[in-house]
Design a protein around this ligand. Structure first.
Ligand SMILES: CC(C)(COP(=O)(O)OP(=O)(O)OC[C@H]1O[C@@H](n2cnc3c(N)ncnc32)[C@H](O)[C@@H]1OP(=O)(O)O)[C@@H](O)C(=O)NCCC(=O)NCCS
Length: 120
């Protein structure tokens, strides 16, 4: 059975700082994340995003991932830009972004996930 999402917890010495989530229940996968406010500004979101992107583009074989953030949270946009996301505009009051891994620039790989590795 395919998963509808992967959630990665960001744990530092047993302390849960936040989570990042890869949503697979839509035509193009999407990324979201949230961190405790008392640990902002230390690079944790950037690190968590990079790790879940590696899962998405690596093991899951995704060819595109979308993301969005509220315009009142520019730090979140900065996290996405640092990860390589490209701004695509605005939708429903959110700034929207997309990211494709370099090797899929020509749309060479399928989004289809291997059911033997995606778990249930
Ligand atoms: C977005 C969020 C996860 C940031 O986490 P974080 O661990 O502080 O982020 P990082 O430290 O990895 O990076 C923050 C970047 O934003 C920059 N930044 C901080 N405040 C900023 C501001 N007001 N304007 C522009 N950039 C800002 C920082 O300088 C840093 O960039 P740099 O490394 O180039 O200096 C946190 O704000 C959050 O949980 N917000 C609520 C949920 C949310 O917005 N989720 C995203 C949509 S799903």
């Amino acid at each position: 059975m395919d998963r509808s999402a992967y959630v990665l917890g960001l744990d530092l010495d047993g302390d849960l700082l936040g989570i990042t989530k890869l949503h697979l229940d839509r035509p193009v996968a999407a990324l979201s994340y949230i961190l405790r406010a008392d640990v902002w500004g230390k690079g944790h979101a950037t690190e968590a995003v990079r790790r879940i992107l590696a899962l998405g583009f690596g093991r899951l074989g995704l060819t595109e991932i979308h993301a969005k953030h509220h315009p009142d949270n520019p730090a979140s946009g900065r996290v996405l830009l640092k990860a390589g996301f490209v701004p695509t505009g605005e939708h429903a009051g959110f700034n929207t972004y997309t990211l494709r891994p370099p090797q899929t620039a020509g749309g060479l790989r399928s989004r289809t996930r291997d059911p033997t590795t995606s778990g249930g």
